[in-house]
Design a protein around this ligand. Structure first.
Ligand code: MRU
Length: 341
């Protein structure tokens, strides 16, 4: 069994698997430090997903697929034990549907084989990883073609190589747009409270030699009012059948502001992010995280006495505010119908 994932990879690889262990670039430490964690137990994969060592919907799905292989190696012939591991893995985070999708793919592979075969599962995990790389390439082309030459683009959260298997979803489009001269200037929203924009997107853009400016979230309206931005481009964690999009908290704000200022809104995600079983955004579970993330972003170590916070880390943008949804199958316009994946 060849356990080398030798596909020509695009972008920076934040996640690799050698057949035995999952190695993850610890995103909590970026941009200050590039350190890797080596994980050989499925509990470690769940913890890495929950603690944001690996993050971004497609990357979480790929990590979970490798987690299923690791669990199979741990469990031997204990299929019930493995199914239990899969249940726990699928619950590591609630909003990104790619996680459940990947676990279901691994389960279906086991159902077909009728037994736990780690080598067979490794092939399935590699297939999931490769498909994401290819989806990223296709989205970069389809999305960048929609952008008028010389446009300014504002992006939110991180959607590049750190968040996916390849060059990224929204950030892949942005970088392809820069390469083709369609994107003249890139703005990255800082993305509170975890600061994916000012820490991770900024790190990726700098590595790729792309000029950009980070803005604080509160500057988005003022930026749009200058006329310097023609597109807001974001990723997605789950897209309901009607085109409502769950994505990093603050995406909805940008969509409302964009509509007010005549700026267009594009969302990019592979079809593993589509959730045909959920009719609209109302049915999407929104993850709430510990308020300590807010206090840390504010430069406070812990919760000051008497302080309280509400920390939903995703929001739902209604389909009506989205001008274009890009998957590997092309660019879709309203009315959206994702009742099939
Ligand atoms: O909480 P995170 O960092 O996992 O959230 C990630 C996002 O919301 C991304 O914008 C989303 O996954 C798009 S995927 C590349």
């Amino acid at each position: 069994m060849d356990t080398n994932f030798d596909e020509k990879r695009d972008g920076f690889q934040a996640l690799r698997f050698d057949g035995e262990a999952l190695e993850l670039l610890d995103q909590r430490r970026l941009p200050a430090e590039e350190s890797w964690l080596r994980i050989t137990e499925v509990e470690g994969v769940s913890a890495a997903i929950a603690d944001l060592v690996v993050r971004g919907a497609p990357a979480i799905g790929i990590a979970a697929a490798y987690g299923a292989v690791i669990a199979a190696r741990q469990r031997g012939n204990d299929l019930d034990g493995w199914q239990h591991d899969m249940q726990r893995l699928a619950l590591a985070r609630p909003t990104a549907v790619n996680l459940v999708w990947a676990v279901e793919r691994m389960r279906a592979r086991v159902a077909r084989a009728g037994r736990l075969d780690p080598d067979d599962l490794t092939r399935e995990a590699f297939a999931i990883h490769r498909a994401d790389i290819e989806a990223n390439r296709a989205m970069a082309v389809a999305g960048s073609e929609r952008i008028e030459p010389g446009s300014g683009v504002l992006t939110h959260c991180n959607t590049g190589s750190l968040a996916t298997g390849g060059i990224g979803t929204a950030l892949g489009i942005v970088m392809e747009g820069v390469r083709r001269g369609r994107v003249a200037h890139v703005y990255a929203d800082e993305t509170r409270p975890w600061l994916q924009g000012s820490r991770l997107t900024a790190w990726e853009l700098a590595r790729n030699g792309v000029d950009f400016q980070v803005i604080v979230e509160g500057a988005a309206a003022a930026l749009m009012a200058t006329g310097k931005v023609q597109w807001v481009i974001t990723g997605a964690d789950r897209i309901a059948a009607n085109g409502d999009v769950a994505n990093k908290i603050g995406t909805y704000n940008l969509a409302v502001l964009a509509r007010h200022h005549g700026v267009k809104m594009m969302v990019a995600a592979p079809s593993s992010t589509l959730d045909p079983a959920t009719a609209s955004g109302q049915g999407i579970a929104i993850e709430q995280r510990d308020a300590v993330e807010i206090w840390r972003a504010a430069g406070l170590g812990a919760q000051p006495a008497g302080f309280a916070a509400w920390n939903p880390v995703f929001d739902v943008t209604p389909a009506a505010l989205i001008d274009c949804i890009v998957t590997e199958r092309g660019a879709f316009q309203p009315p959206y119908d994702f009742s099939r994946r």
